[in-house]
Design a protein around this ligand. Structure first.
Ligand SMILES: [Fe+2]
Ligand SMILES: [Fe+2]
Length: 317
């Protein structure tokens, strides 16, 4: 089984965007976009990635969110058209939302409307009303998709947050359901891969501005129920951490850099990571990086060891 993980595409198209739609919080995003983002995140990189993914024998693609910048309908539709060029199709491509896809309150329903079939749970994994924890608990998550020996468990941490913040949270209900999934005997013997947008471990998880508010409760679920791999995005840099699983097991937590960035930080140049799996185990991983000169992806340097940098207090957008 060959799984590809990409994240934080921030695909930018303002074709037909009505400026009146860009109310409230979006103005901050608009200023940010005008100043730098549009020059640093390249749709051409994702187009090349799609071609590369189609050629690398990938059996499942997993994208951990931030497909848009401002959660505009036009952006979701533009991103959707790009994803539809993946030969695998929505059943074998899983997309979860990032904080930019929930930039304003309308973002979450728009994600569901435009990317719904990329986040459909398998039959038998839909949640019933009695699993709801509170009125604002989004019962759709986690989603579970089993493909051969691979079990993808997709989470949503993304909600509209106050200006200048970009934190996420899972919520009590989703954490309870996650525990339920991880302990479900239908997944016994499967390689359980959890997809989450915000980093759930390390210093960056603890950031009040950009981190995962309930990372300790998440760690508690992993310590009890275990997982085989946790992948995330959000930080636009490759990260390696671990979380304690049951019986002293270290569960790898891997962040991948943006899939479209190219500017002045070579270790962040657009990339995605391939995981190979066989016999119920992850047998290896490697990264493929955008070569903007030749407009194609090529093998990249291995990820450096654990990132020990302190949580950044940088701009939240
Ligand atoms: Fe992002
Ligand atoms: Fe993000």
């Amino acid at each position: 089984m060959r799984l590809a993980h990409c994240s934080d595409l921030h695909l930018l198209s303002h074709d037909g965007a009505r400026w009146l739609d860009l109310a409230n919080k979006r103005w901050i995003g608009v200023m940010n976009l005008l100043s730098s983002r549009s020059r640093h995140y390249h749709v051409a990189a994702f187009e090349a990635m799609v071609e590369d993914l189609n050629a690398q024998g990938i059996e499942h693609v997993l994208c951990t969110g931030d497909v848009t910048n401002l959660a505009l309908r036009q952006e979701f539709e533009f991103a959707r058209r790009k994803f539809d060029k993946l030969a695998l199709g929505p059943l074998d491509v899983t997309v979860i939302p990032g904080n930019h896809d929930a930039y304003v309150a309308q973002g979450v329903p728009l994600f569901s409307e435009t990317f719904g079939d990329y986040a459909t749970p398998d039959a038998g994994w839909a949640w019933e009303e009695d699993h709801r924890h509170s009125a604002d608990d989004i019962l759709h998550w986690p989603i579970v998709r089993v493909r051969g020996e691979l079990a993808i468990i997709g989470l949503s941490t993304s909600r509209a947050t106050p200006w200048f913040t970009a934190y996420g949270s899972l919520g009590h209900g989703q954490l309870k359901r996650l525990r339920h999934v991880l302990l479900d005997e239908r997944l016994s013997g499967k390689i359980r891969v959890i997809a989450i947008h915000h980093p759930p471990a390390g210093n960056r998880a603890r950031s009040k501005i950009r981190g995962l508010r309930d990372h300790l409760a998440f760690a508690h679920v992993i310590a009890e129920a275990g997982a085989d791999l946790i992948v995330h995005g959000h930080e636009h840099v490759d990260l390696v951490e671990t979380l304690a699983g049951p019986e002293g097991v270290h569960v790898p937590v891997r962040g991948v850099a943006s899939g479209t960035y190219f500017h002045n930080k070579p270790d962040r140049t657009a990339r995605y990571r391939i995981y190979d799996m066989a016999g119920g185990q992850i047998t290896g991983d490697h990264v493929r990086v955008w070569d903007p000169e030749n407009r194609r992806f090529a093998p990249g340097e291995p990820t450096r060891p654990v990132d020990a940098a302190p949580a950044r207090q940088q701009s939240a957008i």
